[in-house]
Write a protein that binds this ligand. Sequence first.
Ligand code: PLP
Length: 292
Amino acid sequence: MRPSPIQRLAFAGRSFLLKRDDLLHPHLSGNKARKFHFLQQKQDIKEIHSFGSLHSNAMYSLSFLAKESGLSFIYYARPDPSLKSPKGNLRAALDNGMILRPLEEWPYDKALARTIQIGSRLYIPEGGRCPEAQEGIAILAKEIVEWAKKERTTPTIFLPSGTGTTALFLQKYLPFRVYTTPCVGDEAYLEEQFEALDPTALKPTVVPPPKKYRFGRLYPELFALWQELKTQTGVTFDLLYDPIGFATLLHHELLDENLLYIHQGGIMGNETMIERYKAKLDKIAKTDKGTQ
Ligand SMILES: *Cc1c(COP(=O)(O)O)cnc(C)c1O
């Protein structure tokens, strides 16, 4: 893997730096390429098992890696209406040969924070929340350290969290301060995830989002922020995590020339989010007209 580029951009009148992990690989969400890097070293595996939502970037990334290595990929999920006409991550994962099973058949605790290997079957926790993920995230940290040395700078790092795996291991391997915000659950939930994964590691600094957002829910102000990001920077960000990330940075006035934001990919998941936002915004426009 070649280091992903770092660019200087401006948003809302503030200069900042962007680590383009979204450009690492066309078929892997940036941070999933890092988190699942350890799979390349696994020789004795025939099946990958994991679980989570039918829209997850981790699901799609695992389906791609399994296909590339000639492995079976079995995914445990709760059926939902999107199965009738699959789009985005789900469509692509099914095209890669993903086998779906009911969530109740996942044989382990859903809070599992490590992989389990039974013969040639490897069970991976939701979102790749496992100690092995640090192998690839250590490479990301090394790229940042080498860049900072060359630039003679001491950046502050920011990235939005789901399971918190990426943020935790980045802080573990970086001599710089790592800030993050929870996009799934609240600050307490995120701190618990850190503890479960690596009780002894130095933890990232958790900053709260400006308000409580429910993961995957639609917030017109976040869609507007995402569009504004694209207009002002020319970069397409993901719609689940990045708008919460930037809303948090603006709220706490953390966006400045020393800040290095990690773009963690996830663009393939945007297709279904944009469709849902368009439907919602149409509905709002119609209701507005009706009340005038
Ligand atoms: C998976 C993912 C995250 C969350 O990563 P964690 O390591 O679970 O915190 C953030 N952004 C994008 C785009 C992702 O695909």
